[in-house]
Design a protein around this ligand. Structure first.
Ligand code: AMP
Length: 426
C-alpha cells in the first residue's frame, strides 16, 4: 500500500473541523486589528530563504526541501512564511501605500526535521506581519494578538516569554562579548557551534547539543549589552504589555531560530503537564533589517507564527477540542427510482435557501435510508413518492421525535426555518 511521506499527516474528520475552526476564530480576531489576508506561493527561489531566513540557521543549512525545477532554477519549499510575505511586500511595492500594513496568513510550511510528537516535515502555521513602524506599540500589539487568540480559544496553560536582541550596535557589542566568552571553550562545543562561532555566535545559545554544558549557563546576557535606544525600546514594550494586562516573563535565553530578528523576540509556550518537548506554540519578534536585506527599502517589520499542530495538541490536552460536524437539516429519499429528478430539484432549491441537505443517490430501502438519516444526525426526513409529487403536499418527519407534518411545498422553507429554530433553542 502506498503511504504518506514520513513526517506528514492527512487532514480529515475532526482535525479538518478543528483547523477550519482555528482559521475562523483567528480571521475574526485579526480583522479587529485591521489586517488583511495574504497567500504567497508554497515554493520560492532558494535565494529568498538564504537571504531572508539566514545561512547560519538550522532551517536553511539543514532543513530545507530544495529542488531544481525543469527550467533548472533552484527552488525551495517554504520553511516559514515571513520571507515570502516580505518578498511580496517588496515586489508589489506595497511599501508605497499607506503604512503600517498588517498581513496574516495560514498555510503549510516544510522543514526536513526529525519527526516526533508536535514536529512534522509539513506543518501549518498561522502568521502575522506588520510593516512600517519602529514604534514599540506594535511589538506589544503583535504579542497581544497571540495572547488574545489563545484566550479566545480558552487555553489556560500558556506562558509568554519575551526578550530583546537589541539594535545593530548592541548586537555587535554582544557578539564580541560572546566570542570572547566562548573562545576558551571552542573544543568543548559541537562542530555546528564552532561554525556558528565565526558566523553568528548568538546561535550557540540556541544549540540543543551544547545546552547542558555548565559554561552555557554563565554566558553573557544580551540585557547587559543594550545601548540606550534598545533599552528604552524594550522598556516601552513591557509598559504596553502591562497596560494591556498581559502576563509575560523576561527570559534572556530566547534568541529564536531565525537570523532576522532585532529588538523584541518572544515565544508562547505550553505550560501543560506531560505536554512533551515540542512546547513552543508560537514565536515571533521584530525584524528591522529584513525588508532591506531582501532587496527592498528600509522598512521595519514585526510578526509571529503559531504552530497549528502544537496548538491543536494543547487544545486537546485541555479538553477544548469537542467540536462536532453540523447535523444535516433534511435527508431526502424517494419511494422509487422515479422521484430522482424531483429530489434533485428540491435539494437544489433547499440548499440555495441555506439548508444543509443530503439525499439518497442509490434508491436504497426505507430501512437503510432511515439508518443513514440517523447516522447523519439529520433533523428532518422527507420521503418523496408519486402522491407527494402530484399533490405537492410533503410529509416532513422530525427524525428525533418521529412527529410527522403535512407541509405544502410552497410553505416548506418557512416551515423548516421555524422548526429548525426550535432545534437551536434545545
Ligand atoms: P518558527 O518559524 O521556527 O519561529 O516557528 C514558529 C512555530 O511554528 C513554532 O513555535 C512551532 O509551534 C511551529 N513549528 C516550527 N517547526 C515545526 C515543525 N517542524 N512541526 C510542527 N510545528 C512547527
Amino acid at each position: 500500500m502506498l503511504q504518506k511521506p514520513k513526517g506528514t499527516y492527512d487532514i480529515y474528520g475532526k482535525r479538518s473541523l478543528m483547523m477550519n475552526y482555528l482559521k475562523e476564530v483567528f480571521s475574526n480576531l485579526i480583522d479587529k486589528y485591521n489586517a488583511s489576508y495574504f497567500e504567497t506561493p508554497m515554493f520560492e527561489s532558494s535565494e529568498l530563504f538564504h537571504r531572508g531566513v539566514g545561512e547560519t540557521t538550522d532551517i536553511v543549512s539543514k532543513e530545507t526541501y530544495d529542488f531544481k525545477d525543469r527550467g533548472d532554477r533552484n527552488m525551495t519549499l517554504r520553511p516559514e512564511g515571513t520571507a515570502g510575505i516580505v518578498r511580496s511586500f517588496i515586489e508589489n511595492k506595497l511599501y508605497a501605500e499607506s503604512l503600517p500594513l498588517k498581513a496574516w496568513y495560514m498555510g503549510p510550511m516544510f522543514r526536513y526535521e526529525r519527526p516526533q510528537a508536535g514536529r512534522y516535515r509539513e506543518f501549518y502555521q498561522i502568521g502575522f506581519e506588520c510593516f512600517g513602524t519602529y514604534d514599540p506599540m506594535m511589538d506589544a500589539e503583535t504579542i497581544s494578538i497571540v495572547y488574545n487568540f489563545f484566550n479566545l480559544l480558552g487555553l489556560k496553560g500558556v506562558k509568554v516569554n519575551i526578550n530583546t536582541l537589541g539594535d545593530k550596535e548592541s548586537r555587535e557589542m554582544y557578539h564580541k562579548a560572546l566570542m570572547d566568552y566562548f573562545k576558551p571553550y571552542l573544543n568543548e562545543l559541537c562542530d555546528d557551534c564552532n561554525r556558528r562561532f565565526e558566523k553568528n555566535p548568538l546561535r550557540i545559545l540556541d544549540c540543543k547539543v551544547d545546552a547542558d554544558n555548565d559554561f552555557m549557563k554563565c554566558a553573557p546576557r544580551m540585557t547587559d549589552y543594550l545601548n540606550e535606544v534598545s533599552r528604552e525600546h524594550f522598556s516601552l514594550v513591557k509598559n504596553y504589555l502591562d497596560a494591556m494586562n498581559i502576563d509575560y516573563e523576561v527570559n534572556s535565553n530566547i534568541v529564536r531560530g531565525l537570523d532576522y530578528y532585532t529588538h523584541t523576540v518572544f515565544e508562547v509556550v505550553a505550560d501543560i503537564k506531560d505536554f512533551g518537548s515540542q512546547n513552543v506554540l508560537a514565536g515571533g519578534g521584530r525584524y528591522n533589517n529584513l525588508v532591506e536585506n531582501i532587496g527592498g527599502p528600509s522598512v521595519p517589520g514585526v510578526g509571529f507564527a503559531i504552530g497549528v499542530e502544537r496548538l491543536l495538541l494543547a487544545l486537546e490536552y485541555e479538553g477544548l477540542d469537542n467540536i462536532e460536524f453540523n447535523p444535516v437539516d433534511v435527508y431526502i429519499f424517494g419511494a422509487s427510482e422515479n422521484e430522482k429528478e424531483y429530489i434533485m430539484k428540491l435539494a437544489n432549491d433547499l440548499r440555495g435557501n441555506g439548508f444543509k441537505i443530503d439525499v439518497d443517490y442509490e434508491s436504497k430501502s426505507f430501512k437503510n435510508n432511515f439508518k443513514r438519516a440517523d447516522k447523519l444526525n439529520s433533523r428532518f426526513v422527507i420521503i418523496i413518492g408519486e402522491e407527494e409529487v402530484k399533490t405537492k403536499i410533503l410529509t416532513v418527519k422530525n427524525n428525533k421525535t418521529k412527529e410527522e407534518y403535512k407541509v405544502n411545498i410552497d410553505e416548506l422553507i418557512k416551515f423548516l426555518d421555524e422548526k429548525l429554530g426550535d432545534f437551536d433553542e434545545d
